[in-house]
Ligand binder design. Structure first.
Ligand code: DLL
Length: 436
């Protein structure tokens, strides 16, 4: 079968050509920022830089970083690089703490963003014949608008469901023969569970692929979702600050996400020192936009932890790949001195045959951290013999200790007792009040 790409020229561009394109675009983007964003110009001046110092991507490391704190401080218009009247849209982060971050788009920005999402849909096997059920939230969140726009660009039939109302989701999925589902992985897992209850799981529905992102998920969760929905599940990554979903996306190899390098340069840095790390090392992902008009960001620190590889991909795309982010540097819990990522706990749960419905609670008693993990039993594990449940809980606690080095208190709870999420799941409650 002939391989399909949405924009083959860029997706399969040779490295030296791509570097030349990135260099040319970077020089232009830096000049655009210098001319239009006094705040960033100030940061460059502090380092003694002018646009003349940036002649190509080899000079990228000279530029100062931008952080989420800069974006919050400059809320709402401080980083806007064009006249507001040229903008056609804003989106915003869900922002649980502090001020929200708002991102602005010109029509040109929206077009390029939607093209990036169309690349992701095609990489997941999508064509103009598909019915894309977009069950990401619509509104300020970028998930709905991004995948919706991508499906439109491709010419697929778009089912703009937004998130929630699971009954209606399943009805439309069935009646309108949806073939591609786009939503968060936690909502996909919930839809899978609901399909199973109705005898529509596995190959008994019309879905063939899913494009899931906006939150970390593990390979174990992928397998679970693929089985319950009867599909191939693809990862997609992005963040509001850089437009939204489609910064990177998975292809049929499902071996990391290809970054749309013609629009975004990725670097990995040591989050403590800011030093740029070599390919393959895990660190914080930093992005520089290359083609943005309204909201260009240079060396933006995402806080996401991952690594990059240029290894050849069998799909034919030459775009650099990033590994599934393992978490965010600010999501990492330090419990009794040990670094813990929620994704590590999720891996153990799924390997041990539990569902991806869990909640992690961290607290501090008598100056010692406590770790409680609430996990739902599957209906077939659900036993009314308390002794059996206690033994299962002890086994699971031992398996988690094996992974983390610290023993949690495991609470096995009844099926369906942990609240399902329709958007991004909130899995961790940290009551220690160590952060603001
Ligand atoms: O979550 C954009 C998006 C929508 C991506 C739909 C994919 C699909 P924000 O709300 O600004 O934007 O959150 C961005 O979410 O920095 C990561 O920490 C996390 N994230 C996004 N995609 C993934 C993923 C959207 N595939 C933040 N795996 C990012 C892990 C992800 N984490």
């Amino acid at each position: 079968m002939e391989k399909r790409f949405y924009q083959k020229e860029f997706e399969t561009m040779e490295l030296d050509k791509m570097r030349a394109l990135q260099s040319e675009r970077l020089v232009r983007q830096v000049k655009h920022v210098w001319d239009n964003v006094p705040y960033y110009r100030g940061l460059m001046e502090e380092k003694g830089l002018t646009p003349d110092d940036i002649k190509g991507i080899d000079d990228l490391h000279k530029l100062p970083f931008l952080s989420k704190a800069d974006l919050r401080d400059q809320y709402p218009y401080g980083l806007l690089a064009t006249d507001l009247k040229n903008c056609v849209r804003i989106h915003s982060t869900s922002g649980t703490t502090g001020r929200r971050v708002v991102a602005f788009y010109t029509q040109g920005d929206v077009d390029l963003w939607e093209e990036c999402c169309a690349r992701a849909i095609v990489a997941a096997g999508g064509t103009e014949d598909d019915v894309c059920q977009v069950s990401y939230g619509y509104g300020l969140f970028t998930g709905g608008a991004g995948l919706h726009g991508g499906a439109h660009k491709l010419g697929a039939m778009t089912l703009p469901m937004s998130s929630g109302n699971t009954e209606r989701q399943l009805q439309f999925m069935n009646d309108l023969q949806a073939t591609i589902l786009c939503c968060t992985p936690s909502y996909a897992a919930y839809l899978g569970e609901s399909l199973k209850e109705r005898g529509m799981d596995g190959d008994k529905n019309t879905l063939k692929a899913g494009i899931f992102g906006a939150e970390p998920w593990t390979e174990e969760m992928r397998r679970d979702i693929e089985k319950s929905l009867g599909i191939k599940a693809y990862d997609i990554y992005g963040l509001t600050e850089l437009s939204g979903p489609g910064v990177s996306f998975e292809c049929e190899e499902q071996a990391g996400m290809h970054i749309n390098e013609d629009h975004f340069i990725a670097e990995i840095i040591d989050p403590e020192t800011g030093e740029v790390l070599p390919e393959g090392e895990v660190g914080e992902l930093v992005f520089t936009s290359l083609t943005k008009e309204a909201f260009p960001l240079l060396r933006y620190r995402t806080r996401d932890l991952t690594c990059l590889t240029r290894e050849k991909c069998a799909c034919g795309r030459t775009l650099i790949r990033m590994r599934k982010p393992m978490g965010r540097s600010d999501d990492m819990l330090i419990i009794r001195g040990v670094n813990v990522f929620p994704s590590q706990i999720e891996t153990v749960l799924l390997n041990e045959g539990y569902s991806p419905n869990y909640r992690i609670e961290v607290d501090r008693e008598n100056n010692t951290d406590t770790l409680d993990v609430y996990v739902e039993m599957n209906p077939d594990q659900f036993s009314d013999v308390v002794k059996d449940i206690n033994m299962d809980a002890a086994d699971l606690a031992a398996a988690i200790k094996n992974m983390l080095g610290i023993r949690p208190k495991v609470h096995l709870v009844a099926p369906k007792s942990i609240t399902r999420s329709e958007g991004k799941a909130v899995r961790v409650i940290d009551r220690r009040k160590l952060h603001d």
